[in-house]
Ligand binder design. Structure first.
Ligand SMILES: Cc1cc2nc3c(=O)[nH]c(=O)nc-3n(C[C@H](O)[C@H](O)[C@H](O)COP(=O)(O)OP(=O)(O)OC[C@H]3O[C@@H](n4cnc5c(N)ncnc54)[C@H](O)[C@@H]3O)c2cc1C
Length: 448
């Protein structure tokens, strides 16, 4: 017999705004009594839902349950900025260029497989196209240093044979209504998600396909007896021959990969719905997404009625929290910074209130690898998003499902070849060092 207990469960700081702005919340569907199935998946984010979908593709007769501690889209999968990026987007670099041309071509091909997989989900489950908008994105530069970073990234893309279009300050103003940007680099392959809309609809589509998608059902303990895993939850027990842990950083809460996973929280704020006068004052297009030319800068996004209202989303600030618990004070600090960044970009809208501010959990490894493997007999993982889970966790979910099904898969092979996440510096040096480093990088990127 082998067992693993969760020493902590997810705690979400701030509301899941992307979900709160959508209509039609019909209330949670939780586990109600014991259940016996073939595969139990822990976590209903990009990784867990993609794993369920792929298992069905591999064998439609598989009996599957996905269990989440919270509501669908309450976790990071519904708390992100919604950029499903096809190109290399290396957050540890100065300008997103990755680890060389061959590696970047490979990552781009994999990212596009994730996007194609999500597009099939959208088509087959009838997901609202406003939740999956293949509009591309802009890397915005607010100063000369940012502009040079964009030029450097553009030449890297040209070497990869990828298209990109430089926009001048006037074009950036026409798109965003902001005079903050001196230039931008538009790339067409990013899909802009309404993340909660996509995740909730994917969960609903899986339910219609016969998958038990269970919310408010935290898995407290995993225990293997003979050939069966038993999952303990407050609402009943689930037994399954195989389990996929798709709970990202909370993999460590079950005791796996201790001292190898970095828990980073990102923060974002969303305005209240803009009224027609404010929209007229703002100008620009009704939908756009701007990532910063410096990876540690500020992401801005404008959404429209079909995506949950005319609003602007500001994302900046990060903290390294091995205890996985962002404080109210950290969220309040981030919210103040969001207000300032928003006002810098839209001085004529500086009085527009922020309706929501929130934090969300990323899981990184020092060497940038994911944890997609068979951890123990019949126990698989699709974890460690490295900050780009709309694509990366979609891929680890697919990979874990393929590994479990015995399907010969390029995606699974990619992650299996990555190796283990590197060991981290001992506490408290990891935490102090990482937070100092993040503050320093934020300061360097302050204009962007
Ligand atoms: C502010 C912000 C902006 C971001 N912007 C982007 C972006 O633009 N593009 C991008 O690609 N990425 C972005 N990200 C990152 C992205 O959100 C994550 O990479 C992604 O959500 C990871 O998906 P996942 O399925 O691996 O994990 P998660 O979304 O974290 O899902 C794991 C699930 O497991 C559940 N869980 C944990 N423990 C248990 C348990 N014991 N029992 C049951 N359930 C459990 C959790 O409730 C959670 O729902 C952003 C993140 C934040 C916070």
């Amino acid at each position: 017999m082998t067992s693993h207990s969760a020493i902590r469960l997810p705690v979400h700081r701030g509301p899941a705004a992307w979900s709160a702005i959508l209509p039609d919340d019909r209330g949670p569907v939780a586990l109600d009594g014991d259940l016996a199935i073939d595969v139990a998946i822990v976590g209903a984010g990009f990784a867990g839902l993609s794993a369920a979908r792929r298992l069905l593709e591999n064998d439609p007769a598989t009996r599957i349950a996905v269990l989440d501690a919270s509501r669908l889209a309450e976790g990071a999968s519904g708390r992100n900025s919604g950029f499903m990026i096809d190109l290399p987007h290396d957050l540890s670099s100065d300008d997103y260029a990755g680890k060389g041309l061959a590696a970047d071509r490979r990552i781009t091909a994999l990212n596009r497989m994730a996007i194609a997989f999500a597009r099939t989900n959208v088509e087959e489950y009838g997901i609202n196209p406003a939740f999956f908008d293949p509009a591309g994105k802009i890397n915005g530069a607010a100063g000369i240093a940012g502009h040079h970073r964009n030029l450097s990234y553009a030449s890297h893309l040209a070497a990869l044979g990828e298209p990109g279009e430089m926009l001048d300050a006037k074009a950036m103003h026409e798109v965003t209504g902001s005079r903050h940007y001196v230039s931008g680099l538009y790339t067409p392959g990013t899909v802009m998600l309404q993340p909660a809309g996509y995740i909730r609809s994917l969960g609903e589509g899986l339910r219609h396909a016969g998958v038990h998608v269970l919310e408010c059902t935290p898995v407290q303990r995993l225990e293997r007896t003979g050939a069966t895993w038993e999952l303990t939850t407050p609402n009943g027990k689930v037994t399954a021959a195989n389990v996929i842990l798709a709970n990202n950083g909370h993999l460590e809460s079950f005791g796996f990969k201790r001292k190898r996973l970095m828990h980073v929280f990102l923060y974002a704020s969303m305005t209240e719905e803009l009224d027609s006068q404010t929209i007229a004052r703002l100008g620009g297009h009704p939908r756009w997404g701007v990532t910063p030319s410096d990876p540690m800068g500020t992401t801005m996004r404008r959404i429209d009625t079909a995506q949950g209202g005319n609003r602007i989303v500001t994302r900046t600030c990060a903290s390294y929290l091995p205890g996985m618990l962002p404080s109210e004070a950290a969220l309040a600090r981030a919210a103040r910074i969001h207000r300032r960044k928003f006002a810098d970009r839209f001085p004529t809208l500086a009085d527009v209130p922020m309706q929501y501010s929130w934090a969300g959990h990323l899981c990184l490894s020092w060497n940038g690898v994911a944890v997609m493997q068979e951890l123990e007999t019949g126990l698989y993982s699709a974890c460690c998003d490295n900050g780009l889970g709309t694509v990366r966790s979609t891929l680890t979910g697919i990979g874990a499902a393929d590994l479990l099904s015995g399907r010969n898969s390029e995606i699974a092979a990619h992650f299996l070849a990555e190796g283990e996440p590197a060991r981290l510096a001992p506490s408290p040096f990891d935490s102090i060092g990482a937070n100092l480093f993040l503050r320093w990088k934020e300061w360097q990127a302050r204009r962007e």
